[in-house]
Design a protein around this ligand. Structure first.
Ligand code: ADP
Ligand code: MG
Length: 348
């Protein structure tokens, strides 16, 4: 039996699912989160709340754990780096710093000869004037974006005048890809050339927020193999330890592009809980805690639907689900429009 206590920064649904997976492996969990109502406190052994730059609270947190991981990437690099001086942080803080910056992330991917959308750094409004080539495009903040937040579709230079964009922040402008489909690869890297990799997952977004995921993805063999190869190359190059997600675009000519990397477990991988012998969450805990690597076995095809905002209410009131349906309520205190409140996975 393991005697490990794992610290997790972030107490949302991903933190909950990591804590549930850890419990199964007899790994204790302490969650640190700046939200006093964080849902993951229902599933961990200890919960510490404080802001991510509160040294006293961080100390209280790290004194209780053997190592630290995180469920979301927007944690100040300084915080992770400071913690790493006392207890190991996995994935490494430097990986997080690279990926939380869209420009650095895309430069890194391109250096590996992996295709991304065309992009350019934007520091001031007039930078866009000479960039007709990148339009129509999407202007994205270089840091702190998620679920489409901090993103502005731009058809022409004129659009900028009507949008009130705060140029004190850095941006990138990305050429708009005519999407045929989006897929993701979830991979857990244990150590040099030791991986567990899930098959490509097909994702459907609505208003830039993930709505549906399913396996198998309806893609050709070339894309199936290329997406897995690129995810492995990225994980290896980062010397990554833990679960990582690579999001891809497929355009109408069946070209594959890396959209972005998430240095953590991912929403599109929720179906791995029910469709595989080992979930992305369990694999993450196994990898960061140095536990045994178990060969992945697929148990079933599956589809997952996110329940956003008040869509959760109907499911909360359901008396009974079919045997192939698995409903997860994230136990968030307030229902907010477009907020991820739960999901339902159906084995098919
Ligand atoms: P987030 O960090 O919010 O997930 P993404 O860059 O993944 O940001 O964008 C969210 C979604 O918006 C994507 O999954 C895709 O559906 C759409 N999108 C983003 N960038 C582009 C692009 N360059 N071309 C076409 N669609 C895009
Ligand atoms: Mg994304």
């Amino acid at each position: 039996m393991s005697e490990i206590t794992l610290g997790i920064i972030g107490g949302g649904q991903l933190g909950s699912m990591l804590a549930i997976a850890a419990k199964k492996l007899n790994v204790k969990t302490v969650i640190f989160c700046d939200d006093i109502d964080a849902p993951a406190q229902n599933f961990c052994n200890q919960f510490v709340t404080g802001s991510y730059d509160n040294n006293e609270k961080i100390l209280e947190f790290i004194n209780q754990v053997d190592l630290v991981t995180y469920e979301f990437e927007n944690i100040p690099y300084e915080t992770l780096n400071e913690i790493n001086k006392f207890k190991p942080v996995l994935p490494k803080p430097s990986v997080n710093r690279l990926i939380q910056h869209r420009l650095a992330e895309k430069d890194f991917v391109n250096k590996l000869n992996i295709r991304t959308t065309r992009y350019v750094s934007i520091e001031k409004k007039s930078d866009i004037d000479a960039l007709e080539d990148f339009l129509p495009g999407i202007l994205k903040t270089t840091t702190l974006g998620y679920d489409g937040k901090g993103q502005y579709p731009i058809k022409s230079g004129n659009d900028l005048n009507s949008l009130n964009i705060d140029f004190s922040k850095g941006y990138i402008l990305e050429k708009f890809v005519k999407l045929k489909k989006e897929i993701s690869i979830i991979i857990t890297r244990f150590s040099n050339n030791k991986y567990e990799i899930y098959e490509p997952i097909e994702n459907t977004h609505e208003d830039q927020i993930l709505k549906y995921s399913k396996i198998p993805a309806e893609i050709n063999e070339k894309i199936f193999n290329q997406s897995k190869d690129w995810a492995m190359l990225i994980a290896e190059e980062l010397k990554y330890v833990g679960t990582l997600c690579v999001e891809f675009f497929i355009d109408r000519n069946d070209n594959l592009y890396v959209n972005e990397i998430a240095p953590r477990v991912h929403n599109s991988g929720h179906l791995t809980i029910n469709a595989f012998n080992v979930s992305q969450f369990e694999n993450h805990v196994r990898a960061v805690c140095g536990l045994e690597q178990i060969p992945l076995k697929k148990l079933s095809n599956a589809k997952m639907m996110n329940l956003l905002g008040d869509q959760i209410t109907h499911y909360r009131n359901m008396q009974k689900f079919n045997d192939n349906e698995f409903f997860f309520d994230y136990l968030k205190k307030d229902i907010k429009e477009k907020r991820k409140m739960g999901h339902i996975t159906t084995l098919v």
